[in-house]
Design a protein around this ligand. Structure first.
Ligand code: FES
Length: 122
Protein backbone atom coordinates (compact mmCIF):
# COMPACT_ATOMS: atom_id res chain seq x y z
CA UNK A 1 0.00 0.00 0.00
CA UNK A 2 1.41 3.38 -0.99
CA UNK A 3 1.91 5.71 1.95
CA UNK A 4 -0.20 8.84 1.74
CA UNK A 5 1.23 12.11 2.92
CA UNK A 6 0.01 15.52 3.97
CA UNK A 7 1.64 18.90 4.49
CA UNK A 8 1.40 19.22 8.23
CA UNK A 9 1.79 22.72 9.70
CA UNK A 10 4.37 22.38 12.49
CA UNK A 11 5.41 25.89 13.54
CA UNK A 12 5.58 29.47 12.33
CA UNK A 13 8.39 31.62 10.99
CA UNK A 14 8.58 33.33 14.42
CA UNK A 15 9.49 29.97 16.01
CA UNK A 16 12.55 29.47 13.80
CA UNK A 17 16.03 30.15 15.12
CA UNK A 18 18.56 31.35 12.50
CA UNK A 19 21.51 28.96 11.98
CA UNK A 20 19.88 26.51 14.35
CA UNK A 21 17.13 23.95 14.77
CA UNK A 22 13.79 23.73 16.52
CA UNK A 23 12.14 20.48 17.53
CA UNK A 24 8.54 19.87 16.44
CA UNK A 25 6.19 16.97 16.97
CA UNK A 26 4.57 15.56 13.81
CA UNK A 27 2.46 12.63 12.71
CA UNK A 28 5.80 11.05 11.74
CA UNK A 29 7.33 11.63 15.19
CA UNK A 30 9.80 14.25 16.40
CA UNK A 31 11.41 16.29 13.62
CA UNK A 32 14.15 18.92 13.74
CA UNK A 33 13.54 21.95 11.51
CA UNK A 34 16.63 23.98 10.64
CA UNK A 35 16.71 27.54 9.32
CA UNK A 36 19.90 28.55 7.53
CA UNK A 37 19.09 32.08 6.28
CA UNK A 38 22.18 32.37 4.08
CA UNK A 39 21.37 29.30 1.98
CA UNK A 40 18.85 28.49 -0.71
CA UNK A 41 16.77 26.65 0.18
CA UNK A 42 16.99 27.93 3.77
CA UNK A 43 14.76 25.35 5.45
CA UNK A 44 15.64 21.72 6.18
CA UNK A 45 13.87 19.03 8.17
CA UNK A 46 15.37 15.80 9.46
CA UNK A 47 14.44 13.37 12.21
CA UNK A 48 15.08 14.85 15.66
CA UNK A 49 16.21 11.44 16.94
CA UNK A 50 19.96 10.75 17.05
CA UNK A 51 20.25 7.19 15.65
CA UNK A 52 23.40 6.48 17.69
CA UNK A 53 21.87 7.26 21.09
CA UNK A 54 18.13 7.10 20.41
CA UNK A 55 17.80 10.48 22.13
CA UNK A 56 15.75 13.34 20.67
CA UNK A 57 18.54 15.90 20.41
CA UNK A 58 19.42 16.71 16.80
CA UNK A 59 17.56 20.05 16.75
CA UNK A 60 19.97 21.20 19.47
CA UNK A 61 23.06 20.31 17.44
CA UNK A 62 25.46 22.88 16.03
CA UNK A 63 24.98 23.55 12.32
CA UNK A 64 27.81 23.97 9.87
CA UNK A 65 29.05 23.33 6.39
CA UNK A 66 31.26 20.41 5.37
CA UNK A 67 32.50 20.63 1.74
CA UNK A 68 29.45 22.68 0.78
CA UNK A 69 27.02 20.32 2.50
CA UNK A 70 24.88 21.84 5.29
CA UNK A 71 25.21 19.60 8.34
CA UNK A 72 24.27 19.34 11.98
CA UNK A 73 26.55 17.78 14.58
CA UNK A 74 24.82 15.58 17.14
CA UNK A 75 25.24 17.17 20.58
CA UNK A 76 25.93 13.72 22.05
CA UNK A 77 28.60 11.90 20.04
CA UNK A 78 29.29 14.66 17.49
CA UNK A 79 28.53 12.71 14.32
CA UNK A 80 27.57 14.99 11.43
CA UNK A 81 24.34 14.51 9.50
CA UNK A 82 23.65 16.07 6.12
CA UNK A 83 20.61 18.33 6.32
CA UNK A 84 19.99 17.57 2.62
CA UNK A 85 20.16 13.77 2.58
CA UNK A 86 20.19 12.78 6.27
CA UNK A 87 23.36 10.78 5.65
CA UNK A 88 25.80 10.41 8.57
CA UNK A 89 29.15 11.64 7.26
CA UNK A 90 31.18 9.43 9.60
CA UNK A 91 29.26 6.18 8.94
CA UNK A 92 27.92 5.28 5.46
CA UNK A 93 25.50 2.77 6.93
CA UNK A 94 23.57 5.31 8.99
CA UNK A 95 21.19 8.02 7.85
CA UNK A 96 18.29 9.87 9.44
CA UNK A 97 14.99 10.54 7.69
CA UNK A 98 14.51 13.81 5.88
CA UNK A 99 11.23 15.56 5.20
CA UNK A 100 10.24 17.97 2.44
CA UNK A 101 9.61 21.38 4.01
CA UNK A 102 7.89 24.47 2.68
CA UNK A 103 6.93 27.94 3.79
CA UNK A 104 3.19 28.59 3.45
CA UNK A 105 2.65 32.22 4.42
CA UNK A 106 3.92 32.31 8.01
CA UNK A 107 3.48 28.56 8.51
CA UNK A 108 6.23 25.97 8.15
CA UNK A 109 4.83 22.75 6.70
CA UNK A 110 6.40 19.30 6.49
CA UNK A 111 5.34 16.52 4.15
CA UNK A 112 4.74 13.57 6.46
CA UNK A 113 3.10 10.19 6.00
CA UNK A 114 -0.42 9.85 7.34
CA UNK A 115 -2.03 6.67 8.51
CA UNK A 116 -4.95 5.09 6.69
CA UNK A 117 -7.40 6.02 9.44
CA UNK A 118 -6.36 9.69 9.38
CA UNK A 119 -6.53 9.82 5.59
CA UNK A 120 -10.12 8.54 5.73
CA UNK A 121 -11.24 11.65 7.58
CA UNK A 122 -8.98 14.16 5.80
S1 FES B 1 -4.46 16.33 5.04
FE1 FES B 1 -3.31 15.97 6.80
S2 FES B 1 -4.49 14.56 7.87
FE2 FES B 1 -5.67 14.95 6.15
Amino acid sequence: MKARTCWEGVCTVADLVPESGVAVWTAAGPVAVFYLPHRLPALFAISHTDPFSGANVLARGITGDLKGEPVVASPLYKQHFSLVTGQCLEDDTVAVKTYPVLLDGETIRLEVPISQSESAVA
